[in-house]
Design a protein around this ligand. Sequence first.
Ligand SMILES: [Zn+2]
Length: 97
Amino acid sequence: MWGSRSRESKSVTCIACGTSLRREHAREYDKYGDRWDRDGKEFEYLCKACDRELCHQPRDELEGLLVEVAAGEHSQDEFLSWYSALVEERYGSLEEQ
Ligand SMILES: [Zn+2]
């Protein structure tokens, strides 16, 4: 949300495993599948371990995890559209920085 972006060492919680970590160590996770459109968005975060796991999991498991994460928040259509974008983005950039 607005107001939280200017604080340097804010703690965030990994949405996959619940670990707290500093935001600069977390990967931004955009449930809408478009990280470049930031207006009015509230980002979620993954720790690097979970981010890496998500990259290498077969689609079925990834989808299962994300369904769990997003359960009750999104319609199926909405979920599938951002999920597809996410997979495309993730699988297109498997190299760790
Ligand atoms: Zn995690």
